[in-house]
Design a binder for this molecule. Structure first.
Ligand code: NAD
Ligand code: MG
Length: 396
């Protein structure tokens, strides 16, 4: 079998680098066809020298120009912009697309891969949160293979019977499932005095106890908006309702999520908190390959605990669960507001608890209409960003 051609969208990020690590361990199986990233020219150049992709795409023209200068003596062709990312993600020579751009910027290239019927490994949860029904309809319509990479959803997928994995049943209840148990660590502030959360610093917020990740998802994990986005992601991936999903706090991050069946069985997927496991699972599905991850050492596990989430500590989680029931316009609006709010927090323009205020007020001030087309989704995203920016400006 010849090597499968892989595109990594978001190559310079945490998931992108973990993907390339797994690829390096399995060189006869995968060949890097193209790498895409935002503006980190230096990192991208290093990756291109190592993996020799046919194409390297930067989001920005200036970054692409700088990269092209560095790669002038190589065979890699440098391109710029989202349209080029869409073209390459849907190229006829491509087999697999890893969707690991952070935020709404990942939506269009990921949808192009779906529309071209590729095997799509989905780390970019924001794209499903923004466009759930439309996204899933396109997966069906174009015969794409969608494999969840988010560790929780990858775990749930692994715990599902085959009919539910391949979408041949229209409801998880038809294969005896009673609940999806979405686990989360609770992030760095699980035990911190709630009143002191107002003074959380950027450095404290991005210091996740178990996982090493990009800045945006690290802040989302601290507010538990990440679990909220994952709740919405699970609803779309597994074709279920908000009532079918329960969030469970499991601070050790050894169980990555569980599926509970009607007969009382609960199937859990376990492993180290290392994204190379779900990435390797997605790359090789239905086979298993080396991911470079050590197995769990059960003799050294001290604590193994579970609790309910405290919504007073994590109001963003409640907001996302409510938005999930309210519908697509609410989740698109919340996702956009949250991206703007987290960026403002990382830039030290607003405080940690202001992230919730911006999200809640943006939802309150936004008109939520029915979203059926990609244009209406993008317009709702833009409108919500403007509202969130105005709220932030009024806070200063
Ligand atoms: P990161 O910040 O480390 O990396 C983001 C990547 O996206 C970088 O390569 C960056 O250059 C690229 N990027 C940013 N804006 C871009 C644009 N406009 N066009 C093209 N590329 C752009 O983030 P991450 O932690 O790797 O997360 C990536 C995605 O995966 C997020 O959606 C996140 O929620 C999801 N995810 C991450 C983890 C994890 O452990 N890191 C786990 C589950 C899900
Ligand atoms: Mg996750």
């Amino acid at each position: 079998m010849s090597a499968q051609q892989l595109v990594v969208l978001g190559a310079t990020g945490s998931i992108g680098l973990s993907t390339l690590d797994v690829v390096e361990r399995n060189p006869s199986r995968y060949q890097v066809y193209a790498l895409a990233a935002g503006r980190n020219v230096e990192k991208m150049a290093q990756l291109c020298f190592k993996h020799k992709p046919r194409y390297a795409i930067m989001d920005e023209q200036a970054a692409a120009k700088a990269l092209a200068d560095i790669l002038a003596s190589t065979e890699t062709e440098v391109l710029a912009g989202v349209v080029e990312m869409q073209d390459i993600a849907s190229h006829v020579d491509v087999d697999i697309v890893m969707s690991a751009i952070v935020g709404a910027a990942g939506l269009l290239p990921t949808l192009s891969a779906v529309e071209a019927g590729k095997k799509v490994l989905l780390a970019n949860k924001e794209s499903l949160v923004m466009s759930g029904q439309l996204f899933m309809d396109k997966v069906k319509q174009h015969g794409a293979t969608l494999l969840p990479i988010d560790s929780e959803h990858n775990a749930i997928y692994q715990c599902l019977p085959q009919q539910a994995q391949n979408g041949s049943v229209d409801s998880i209840h038809k294969c005896g499932i009673s609940k999806i148990l979405l686990t989360g660590s609770g992030g760095p502030f699980l035990h911190r005095d709630i009143k002191s959360l107002e003074s959380v610093t950027v450095e404290e917020a991005v210091a996740h106890p178990n996982w090493s990740m990009g800045q945006k998802i690290s802040v989302d994990s601290a507010t538990m908006m990440n679990k909220g986005l994952e709740f919405i992601e699970a609803k779309w991936l597994f074709n279920c309702q908000a009532d079918d999903i329960e969030v469970v706090i499991h601070p050790q991050s050894m169980i990555h999520s569980m599926v509970q069946y009607r007969d009382g069985s609960v199937i859990a997927q376990m492993g180290q908190p290392d994204m190379r496991t779900p990435i390797a699972y997605g790359l090789a599905y239905p086979e298993r390959i080396d991911a470079g991850v050590e197995p769990l050492d059960f003799a050294s596990i001290v604590d193994f605990t579970f609790t309910k989430p405290d919504y007073a500590r994590y109001p963003n989680l409640q907001l996302a669960i409510d938005a999930c029931s309210a519908g697509q316009a609410a989740t698109t609006t919340l996702n956009a507001a949250n991206e703007v709010a987290v960026a403002a927090f990382l830039n030290k323009q607003i405080g940690f608890c202001d992230i919730y205020r911006v999200n809640a007020q943006t939802l309150e001030l936004s008109e939520l209409s029915v979203l059926k087309s990609i244009e209406s989704i993008m317009e709702t995203d833009r409108r919500a960003r403007r509202v969130a920016e105005q709220i932030i400006a009024s806070m200063r």
